[in-house]
Unconditional design. Sequence first.
Length: 473
Amino acid sequence: MQHTDVWLQALEILQKEIKKADFLVWFQGTNIIDVADGVATIGLPSIFAKEWFHKRYLAQVKAALKAVDETIFEVEFKVDSALVPEGRGIDLRQLAKAEKRKTAARKLPNKPEIRTATGLVSRMLNPKYNLGNFVVGGDNRLAHAACSAVTRKPGEAYNPLFVYGGVGLGKTHLLQATGNEILRNYPHMTVVYGTAEKFTNEIVDAIRKSNTRSFHKRYRNADCLIIDDIQFFANKGKTQEEFFHTFNELYDGNKQIIISSDRPPSELAGIEDRLVSRFEMGMIVDVSMPDYETRLAILQSKCQEREVLIAPEVLEFISFNCHHNVRELEGVLMQAVARAKLQGTTPSVNDVQEILQKMGRNDQEAEHPENIFIARRPITSSDEVLEKIADYYSVTKSDLIGTRRSRDVLVPRQVAMYFLRQELDYSYERIGEVMGGRNHTTAMHAYNKIVDSLQTDKKVVRDVGALKREMGV
Ligand code: ADP
Ligand code: MG
C-alpha cells in the first residue's frame, strides 16, 4: 500500500472520532512523509500544529495508523514547510463532502421549525444565531449562562436580563439566540425582537398616524420582549415614556424582558432614571473581547458553519492580530476565504496580513515582519483619541485643545491628556504639542491628576472605563 493511502485510510478512522470542526482545522494539509522501521512520520504545516498534535492527537493517530497497517507502532510528527501555502498535503474536501452528503438527508426533515402564537414574530429572529454556536470562553461565560437560564424559565430566572458590551462582541447573537431557544422550548409563546431604533421609528409612525393601538398590541402582548441597543433611546423622551409603560406592563405580568446596550445601565447618558433603575432590577451581564484561545475556537466554529478549510496557523494568525471585536475577527476570516476562492487557493498568512494592512490594522507588524504577533492598539492616532473624548463629553475638539477654563472642558481635557499618555505612550512634550502647544508640565500635571482621580472620583472612573471600552483598549 502507498504511504498516502495509509494516511487517507487512517484519516477516515480519525474523522469519526474527532469533532468535525477540529478535524477540518487540524488535519487539513497534513501528509505522511515516510514509514520506516515501524515508525510513521506525519508532516504538519506548523510548529503550533506539531505541539497540538503531540498534546491532543498522538494516541489517536497512532491507533488509527496501527489499525490500517499493523507494522506501525510509533508515530513522529514533523513540521513540513512545503505543506503551506500551496498545500501539498491531503485535501480533506473529498472526505468532508462525502460526510456532508450522508448527513444532509438525515438532518433536513427534522429541522426545527420556529412557530409563534401569531406566526409573525419569528421572522424577526435570525435562525443562524443559537446558543450552541456562541462560543463560550473566559468573560462571556456568565452572559451565556444567564441567557441559557432565561431560555429554560422565561420571566422567572432573571428579569429583566441586561446584556452590555462594545460593538461586535456578540450581544445581538446572544439576544437572538435566546429568543430562538425560547420559541423552541415554548412554541406557544410570542417572542418579539426589535432594535431600539425600530421601536422608536414605530412609535413615531404610530403617533403620526394617530394609531398607537396596534403598536401597543404588538409589544404588550409579548411573552418575551427583546430590545437590542437600548442606548439608542438616549434623549428620546416620548420613546422612553412609551417603553417605560411597556416595560411595566410586561414586568408585572411576569413576562421576560431582555435588553442589550453598549454600556451598563449606570453609564447610560440621556436615559431617564426611572428606566435605568428598572434595568438594574434584574440581572446585568457583560460581554467583552474573548481571549486568544476563545477567538481561535470562534474561528474554528465559523469555519465549520461555513464548511471552509483553513490551515491552523492562518487561524492562529488571525486570532493573534484581531483582538478588537469578534465581528472584525469574522470579517477578516471571510475576506481571506473570499480572496483565496478567487485565486483558486486556500487562504494563507500572507493573504491575511494584506487584508489587515488594508484595514490599517497591522502597521506595526508590517514594518517588523519578524514580529508578526505583536499586539496592536485599536486606537492609533491622537486625532482618534480627541474625537472619541470630545464625542463622549459632548464638547468639540477645539474645546479640548483650546484654553477655555470652565469645568465642563477642564476634566475632558485632562482625560484627553491621560489617554494620550496611557494608551498612545506619548511623551509629555508631544502631548503638549498635540493639545494646542501646551507646556509639558501641564501635560504631566493633567496625567497625574487623572491617575489620582481614578483612586477617588467615581465619575472619572466611570468615564475613563466607558471611554476605554469605546476605544477598544
Ligand atoms: P454586537 O451585537 O455585540 O455588536 P454581534 O452579536 O452582531 O455583536 O456579533 C458580531 C459577530 O460576531 C456575529 O457574527 C456573531 O455571530 C459573532 N460572535 C460574537 N461573539 C461570538 C461568540 N462568542 N461565538 C461565536 N460567534 C460570536
Ligand atoms: Mg448588535
